[in-house]
Design a protein around this ligand. Structure first.
Ligand SMILES: Cc1cc2nc3c(=O)[nH]c(=O)nc-3n(C[C@H](O)[C@H](O)[C@H](O)COP(=O)(O)OP(=O)(O)OC[C@H]3O[C@@H](n4cnc5c(N)ncnc54)[C@H](O)[C@@H]3O)c2cc1C
Ligand code: SF4
Length: 453
C-alpha cells in the first residue's frame, strides 16, 4: 500500500479525544444481520430521501452477500464523501427516516451504520486509490482552483482528480476539512477520522493543499493570501466552497469578553485546541434553538459540565434543532429552557462570567421586569453564523442574493462567471455535509463538460 499523503495532524491533549462514539462501528456479523432485515424495496423511499441518491438497497444487498467492496463502490459512486456522511448524516430525517419500517412502528434499517461498515472496512484496506486505480484518467493539463477545504471543495477535488485535472485547494485555516474536521460533534466524527478521508481523497491524483492561505479581493496579495483575480488568470476553472462565516453575536449587555464564546468557535476549540479547558465551569448557558445549539450543549454535558441549559426565545415547537438530537442531548442532562432571552452577562471584578440574566420572552422578545439571575461560568452563543461570501463578488460576474448566498444555476452550480462554480453552505445557506457533496457533484459534472470544450 502507498503511504498516505502527509496532512497537518491535530495535536494530542484536545478535549474531543475523551468522547465515546454514539454509533460505534458494526462488526461483520452485526452488519450482515442488519443487512438481512432490508426488504430491498422497489422505488425505495430511503433512496428518495438521500440527497445524493445512493442506491441503498443495492449496497445493503452487497453487504448481505459478502461483497463489501462492491457496497463501498455503490456508495461512493454517488457520494464521494460516503465515509464521513455515514457517520454525520442526520439519517433519522433522511434515508432511515424514509425507510418503510417506520410506517409499521418498527426500527428502520440502520442505513448509516451499514454505510459506515462498507466504506470504513474497504477504505481501511488501501484507501480510495485502491478502489479507483483503474478509473483514474491520465493528466489533462487543466488546472482547477478550489477556495476553501471543506466538504464541498474536497468532494469536487476528488471527482476532478479522478478525471485527470490538477487541483489546488486554498484554505485560510491551518487544517483542511472545514466543519467536517472542526465542527462535527465528536461523538459522531472526530477530527482525525475526518482527516483520514481527506488523505484518501488526496491519493486520487494531483491535489495540492495550501493551508493558511486566504483568497481575497483586490489587486495585491500579501503573505498568506492570494487574489481572486490571480485565480481567474492562472486556472482553467474555479470552485468556491466558502462555507459560512463566524458566529453571530446576540448584543446582550457585557457580552464581549472572556467566558462568552460563539458556539462554532467553541466547538472548534474543543476539537482542535489542546489549550482549551473547562476547568471551573460547573454551569453553562447555550443560547439558541438550532442544531449547533444542541450540539454544543450536548458536548458540554458530556464534558461533565454539571448544569447545561439551552435557552431559546420561543417555544419548543419552534426550535429548528432535530427532535432526535434534542432528545439525545436531554438524555445526557441538557436542560431546555424555552421562552427566555439572555439580556445581560454578569461578570466579577476580574471580568469572569458569574451569572446570566434571563428574561421571560413573548413572541421572541424579552418582557421587562421578568428577569432572573442564574449562575454560569460559560455562555455559548448559537444564534447563527454570518456569511463569508463577500470575496465571491471579486470574481467578475459572481453575484450574491439578498441573504448573502452565492447565486448559481441550481442544475449546474455554475455562477454568473462562466469559469466559476460554487456549492455547499455558501450556496445553500447552511445544510448538511451530504448536500455539500451533492452540490459539488453537480458542479463537477458541468465543469467537466466546460473543461473538455
Ligand atoms: C456546529 C456544526 C455541526 C454540524 N454538524 C453536522 C452534522 O452532524 N452532520 C452534517 O451533515 N452536517 C453538519 N453540519 C453542517 C456541515 O458541517 C456543513 O454543511 C458542511 O461542512 C458544509 O461544507 P462546505 O464545504 O460548504 O463549508 P465548510 O465546511 O464551512 O468549509 C468551508 C471552508 O472554506 C474556508 N474558507 C472560507 N473562506 C475562505 C477564503 N476566502 N479563502 C480560503 N478559505 C476560505 C473555511 O475556512 C472552511 O474551511 C454542522 C455544522 C455546524 C456549524
Ligand atoms: S426503505 Fe428500508 S427496507 Fe426498503 S430498501 Fe430502504 S432500507 Fe431497505
Amino acid at each position: 500500500m502507498r503511504p498516505l499523503p502527509v496532512l497537518p495532524q491535530l495535536p494530542d491533549g484536545r478535549l474531543e479525544e475523551g468522547f465515546a462514539e454514539s454509533k460505534p462501528a458494526y462488526n461483520e456479523a452485526e452488519a450482515v444481520t442488519e443487512a438481512n432485515r432490508c426488504l430491498y424495496c422497489v422505488d425505495a423511499p430511503c433512496v428518495k430521501s438521500c440527497p445524493t441518491g445512493i442506491d441503498i438497497p443495492e449496497f445493503i444487498r452487497k453487504i448481505a452477500t459478502g461483497n463489501v467492496k462492491g457496497a463501498a463502490r455503490t456508495i461512493l459512486a454517488e457520494n464521494i464523501l460516503g465515509y464521513s456522511c455515514a457517520r454525520v448524516c442526520p439519517v433519522e430525517v433522511l434515508c432511515a427516516g424514509g425507510c418503510v419500517y417506520n410506517a409499521w412502528g418498527r426500527q428502520p434499517i440502520a442505513i448509516g451504520r451499514l454505510q459506515r461498515f462498507a466504506t470504513e472496512t474497504t477504505l481501511a484496506q488501501g484507501g480510495m486509490r485502491a478502489l479507483y486505480a483503474s478509473k483514474i484518467k491520465p493528466k489533462t493539463g487543466k488546472r482547477v482552483a478550489l477556495v476553501g477545504a471543506g466538504p464541498a471543495s474536497l468532494a469536487a477535488a476528488a471527482l476532478l482528480a479522478m478525471e485527470g485535472h490538477e487541483c489546488v485547494i486554498f484554505e485560510r485555516k491551518q487544517y483542511a476539512g472545514g466543519l467536517n474536521t472542526l465542527g462535527i460533534a465528536p461523538y459522531k466524527l472526530k477530527a482525525n477520522d475526518a482527516m483520514k478521508e481527506i488523505a484518501w481523497i488526496f491519493e486520487l491524483g494531483a491535489i495540492e493543499l495550501r493551508t493558511g492561505t486566504s483568497v481575497v479581493s483586490g489587486d495585491i496579495s500579501i503573505e498568506g493570501t492570494v487574489t481572486a483575480k490571480s485565480l481567474l488568470r492562472d486556472f482553467d476553472a474555479v470552485f468556491l466552497g466558502l462555507g459560512l462565516g463566524p458566529d453571530s453575536a446576540l448584543g446582550a449587555k457585557n457580552e464581549a469578553g472572556p467566558g462568552v464564546y460563539g458556539a462554532v468557535d467553541l466547538i472548534e476549540k474543543i476539537k482542535s485546541d489542546p489549550a482549551m479547558t473547562l476547568k471551573g465551569v460547573t454551569h453553562a448557558l447555550v443560547i439558541g434553538g438550532g442544531n449547533t445549539a444542541i450540539d454544543i450543549a450536548h458536548e458540554l454535558a458530556l464534558l461533565n459540565v454539571g448544569d447545561v441549559a439551552m435557552v431559546y426565545r420561543r417555544g419548543r415547537e419552534d426550535m429548528s434543532a432535530y427532535a432526535h438530537e434534542i432528545e439525545y442531548g436531554m438524555k445526557h442532562g441538557v436542560r431546555v429552557l424555552t421562552e427566555r432571552v439572555l439580556t445581560e452577562v454578569v461578570r466579577d471584578a476580574s471580568g469572569n462570567v458569574t451569572h446570566g440574566k434571563l428574561a421571560r420572552a413573548q413572541g421572541g422578545k424579552p418582557v421587562p421586569g421578568t428577569e432572573e439571575t442564574v449562575p454560569c461560568q460559560l455562555i455559548a452563543m448559537a444564534i447563527g453564523q454570518s456569511r463569508a461570501t463577500e470575496v465571491a463578488t471579486a470574481f467578475d460576474g459572481v453575484a450574491l442574493d439578498s441573504k448573502g448566498r452565492v447565486v448559481v444555476d441550481p442544475t449546474t452550480h455554475r455562477t454568473g462567471n462562466a469559469k466559476v462554480w460554487s456549492g455547499g453552505d455558501c450556496v445553500n445557506g447552511g445544510k448538511e455535509v451530504v448536500n455539500a457533496a451533492q452540490e459539488a457533484k453537480l458542479a463537477v459534472r458541468d465543469m467537466l463538460r466546460a473543461l473538455a470544450g
